[in-house]
Design a protein around this ligand. Sequence first.
Ligand code: 6CS
Length: 341
Amino acid sequence: MKSHKLLSTAGIGALMLGMTSAAMADNWRYAHEEYEGDVQDVFAVAFKEYVEENSDHTVQIYRFGELGESDDIMEQTRSGILQFVNQSPGFTGSLIPSAQIFFIPYLLPTDMETVLEFFDESEAINEMFPEIYAEHGLELLQMYPEGEMVITTDEPISSPEDLDNKKIRVMTNPLLSETYSAFGATPTPLPWGEVYGGLQTGIIDGQENPIFWIESGGLYEVSPHLTFTGHGWFTTAMMANQDFFNGLSEEDQQLVNEASEAAYDHTIEHIQGLSEESLDKIMEDCGDECSVTRLDEEQIQAFRERAPQVEEEFLEMTGETGEELLNQFKADLEAVNEDAE
Ligand code: 6CS
């Protein structure tokens, strides 16, 4: 009898323990800016898989359009409706001015290996940015490159003069508009959802994006002339609502950190060779209707010499924080460039 009673007490205990852990198994909501199979989705799926394989938690992924535009998912994350968001500095830059550093042209090299080493090792990326994002209620978990920026237009271009009077769509941070003004174009800030239609109807004459996105979004169908200018990389960032993150147990914080590390590693592998594959697909589909121009050093120089005025604007927009970040960014770049030599 006693042992029976003991067993039932243990049974109740086990049941309660089970209930407690079931009650603690949360469903975390995570939104990003892209479509199924795109780079941000590859990251999100890898994050979800790690979390679900290593805990009782589940992760619900929301892709572009399911919850609105990029600014909507950021707002939902900051207000705590979502726990995780992937938003690119192209949009975050209007909230966090220093995030616009990625739009100073010709700051980052074009060589992928060096760029990846920079993201891995940079103090500016891995130590300074998390502090800057934290001031806005965001726990920055990873920053990563998606691909080199390529300009697409309605006609082939190879100089700033060719961009004269061209309305080029830019993401909605003010520094990127300065970049395209400096390049001789008329910048037109638009959210992503309006880009394809804008190109199709001639409201805009061009835009910039990495090749995988030009392919996956079918942008080449309506903006068929691609120009490699070597002026920058599409960079993105994955983060959590900071109150949510701070409220997690130490164990769950570690889980989230490990999951974001695993997703980073997986995504970096995914992007290697992606541009080349995507360009092949574009050319296969588009044939003679598309053109690809790779600017030579002299042509690049005509764009590069307009970069200092954008850097000055960046410093004006961001003050001391921006200056410290830029100095560190440059020091980090120097270190990886030295390694590359
Ligand atoms: O141009 C844009 O707005 C989009 N480009 C990419 C590569 N990802 C998401 C972003 O919204």
